[in-house]
Design a protein around this ligand. Structure first.
Ligand SMILES: Cc1ncc(COP(=O)(O)O)c(C=O)c1O
Length: 366
């Protein structure tokens, strides 16, 4: 049996009874959209991640777009972000009506480079920054917040890949003016379908509560143009089960990452950098190698599935190429790492034996 890169069905197989009893509770309850389960999930996520308030929405892309709209970021405004991310980050900025401006990443952290952001803030008009905590690695929030505060602009955190990751004692999502989470099935906290969550203060939360349902007031009158971006009760009930296991899942991911670190440190691969003072949650364990395509093929021949997150940076995709501005220093690190990155198998249910097999196969493939 080949070792998969990810296994979104593994949790449900291991915790089948817990999941089925949550589903049965919703089926029997007879209320299927925005009810008690969603309300409870919102409170439990806020408690677990130390967030002021949270609002469940239909997916992570909507979460980011609605977070921006709640902060009045939209038409005619420019949002700085990275090109080395899921395209959803950039799609959400445009859904809000704003224009993305790409700044480079730090090649060691693979997250936004604060120095590149500082340069862009000096030379460009920027109205907000979307910071992505890619692969479960917290970006350098203290430095980024200092830069943004000096410029008087809000920071929105894209926490789609970083549920429970910490900078110091604080979880990501609690630093910016607002934050967005995705519950896509492969995420550290993943539904059995789509889901998302916005975090922010009482004002942001109230605006997103209205925006997610046509811009309604309590009287069901639209006071601003909104959308339909509701989280359903089934997904919320399932997510409440999975939230209880998230810490253990994140710890297991960290143990697998440590085993990879130890087993691969003499191979010549570039391994994920460890940022002092942070607790990453290893949504992905991404190595770098000059002959990435050859390595990927050889690993597959040894029964190891790997992925490339992401093979084409957003600025080079046909939908965005040539029409989105790029910060003053260009995107040299983004362009360099894209040819080298490879995501190794990583999911909490991965056995020690499977981890050892990956390490051994890498030893034979390099
Ligand atoms: C970094 C990042 N941002 C945003 C999203 C969007 O989330 P969703 O797929 O739930 O819309 C994702 C996940 O796909 C992601 O990985």
């Amino acid at each position: 049996m080949p070792i998969p890169q990810t296994d979104p069905g593994a949790f449900a197989r291991e915790h089948r009874e817990e999941i089925l009893s949550a589903i049965t509770r919703v089926v029997d309850g007879g209320w299927y959209i925005l009810g008690r389960e969603v309300a409870a999930l919102e409170i439990e996520c806020a408690d677990q991640f130390g967030l002021a308030q949270t609002v469940g929405v239909a997916n992570g892309t909507d979460a980011l777009a609605l977070a921006l709209r709640a902060l009045d970021i939209g038409s005619g405004q420019t949002v700085a972000t990275v090109s080395h991310t899921a395209v959803a980050t950039v799609a959400a900025i445009e859904m809000a009506g704003a224009a993305p401006l790409f700044v480079d990443i730090d090649p060691s952290t693979l997250n936004i480079d604060p120095a590149a952001l500082a340069e862009a803030l000096l030379h460009e008009h920027i109205d907000a920054v979307v910071v992505v905590h890619l692969y479960g690695q917290p970006a350098d929030m203290p430095t980024i917040l200092k830069l943004a505060n000096r410029a008087g602009i809000p920071v929105i955190e894209d926490c789609a890949q970083a549920h429970g990751a910490r900078h110091g004692e604080r979880c990501v999502g609690s630093f910016g003016a607002a934050a967005a989470f995705s519950f896509y099935p492969t995420k550290n906290l993943g539904a059995l379908g789509d889901g998302g969550l916005v975090a922010g203060d009482a004002e942001v939360a109230a605006r997103v509560r209205s925006l997610r349902q046509y811009g309604w007031t309590a009287e069901r009158v639209s006071e601003m143009p909104g959308v339909n971006s509701r989280l359903d009760e089934l997904q919320a009930a399932i997510l409440r089960v999975k939230l209880r296991h998230l810490e253990a899942g994140n710890r297991r991911r960290a143990d697998i990452a440590q085993a990879y670190d130890l087993g691969l440190n003499a191979t010549g691969l570039t391994l994920p950098a460890r940022q002092p003072g942070t607790t990453p949650v290893f949504h992905q364990y991404v190595v770098r190698h000059g002959d990435r395509e050859g390595l990927k093929e050889r690993l597959l021949a040894h029964g190891i599935d790997t992925r490339v997150h992401y093979p084409v940076p957003v600025h080079a995709m046909p939908a965005y190429r040539g029409r989105c501005p790029i910060g003053p220093g260009g995107l040299p690190a983004t362009e360099q790492v894209v040819a080298e990155i490879l995501s190794l198998p990583m999911y909490p249910e991965m056995t020690d034996g499977a981890v050892a097999q990956v390490i051994e196969a890498l030893g034979r493939s390099l």
